[in-house]
Design a protein around this ligand. Structure first.
Ligand code: DAH
Length: 341
């Protein structure tokens, strides 16, 4: 009996309740005229009376087990007759498609684009390989400005200088040269700096540049736009501060800090133990820059800003090392699987 039960278990594991042929063969093998169960019943009459009862119970249990398997088929057929006859075991778990994950720079970048789009900014792009005019000269950088130094810029050719753009501000010039105000645009893109790589800095990163040129644009408009942006991205209660700063292409200039969400203000290497992280530079476009692009600086004014996407993503997702964005370790990327952007 033990041997027969072992055989039954082995056989049943190979029978799919949705495969008619397999089931029929299984039925005949066990319950058919010459089937095993049928054979056992007829053998029983030769047993001594005192063992008949026990043996009868065992064979009956086996018969019930066989019938149960056959019933699974009729159950399936009731649910969907076409499916029941297919050569598929519907009781097996499904094969799941592995979903990919968006890169956090893409996710946060798209979210930022969305916020500015809703405020009426149009998205445009410019080239990553630039000349000195668009990256520096037209932006009011003096000929001996330290930012042109080999330390910061990856040059492709010297005199005339061709380089990898060090910021997306170069796109401001391209747009103002080609379009008349009003201009209300953002320019997302990749930028390059010849800098030592650390937890806070990388030689490649991403920025979103903004430019708003029209009549009567003031610093109040700039502040309101950036306050709205930060509270949309981080939530209403976020700590924001403006600090006076200097950029050759804006006057006055400022930088905006967000309270450090990585250490909750306790101090960490990302905020340099200050509790604040700078995410953008901004200011009122210098009249020289407008004039360099053929825009009347008496009639028009405007503001510009440049936001670091990695810095912003680090705060948003509490990422404490910028290098993680570029190593493409799938264990890092996978954590963003459920997010959209
Ligand atoms: N281009 C600057 C940088 O990469 C950031 C910046 C500052 C952009 C002020 C601007 C601005 O548009 O007005 O550090």
């Amino acid at each position: 009996m033990e041997e027969i039960i072992r055989q039954y278990l082995e056989e049943i594991s190979g029978v799919s309740p949705s495969n008619r042929e397999e089931l029929e063969a299984f039925r005949v093998h066990w319950l058919g005229k010459k089937g095993i169960v049928t054979g056992l019943f007829s053998e029983m009459k030769d047993l001594p009376a005192d063992r008949k009862r026990q043996a009868g119970q065992m064979v009956n249990t086996l018969k019930q087990a066989v019938l149960l398997k056959l019933e699974q088929h009729s159950e399936l057929k009731k649910q969907d007759p076409r499916k029941a006859d297919r050569d598929t075991d519907l009781t097996l778990p499904a094969n799941f498609l592995e979903l990919g994950a968006g890169h956090p720079v893409s996710i946060v970048g798209r979210e930022m684009n969305g916020i500015f789009s809703r405020m009426g900014f149009t998205i445009q792009e410019g080239p990553e390989i630039e000349d000195d005019w668009h990256n520096f000269t037209a932006l009011n950088f003096a000929a001996d400005h330290p930012a042109r130094d080999m330390q910061d810029t990856f040059f492709i050719e010297k005199s005339p200088d061709i380089l990898l753009r060090t910021h997306t501000s170069s796109v401001q010039i391209r747009v103002m040269e080609g379009q008349k105000p009003p201009i209300r645009n953002i320019f997302p893109g990749r930028v390059f700096r010849n800098e030592a790589i650390s937890a806070r800095a990388h030689c490649i990163f991403h920025q979103i540049e903004g430019l708003y040129i029209d009549e009567d644009i003031s610093f109040a408009d700039l502040k309101q736009t950036l306050y709205y942006f930060a509270s949309e991205l981080f939530g209403e209660g976020i700590g924001i501060r403006f600090r006076p700063s200097y950029f050759p292409f804006t006057e006055p200039s400022a930088e905006m800090d967000i309270s450090c969400l990585i250490c909750s203000g306790k101090g960490c290497r990302v905020c340099k133990y200050s509790g604040w992280v700078e995410i953008l530079g901004c200011g009122m476009v210098d009249p020289n820059v407008l004039e360099n692009c053929g825009i009347d600086s008496e009639k028009y004014s405007g503001f510009a800003f440049g936001i670091g996407i990695e810095r912003t993503a680090m705060l948003k997702y509490q990422i404490d090392d910028i290098r993680l964005f570029f190593e493409n370790d799938v264990r890092f990327i996978r954590q963003f699987r459920s997010m959209h952007g």
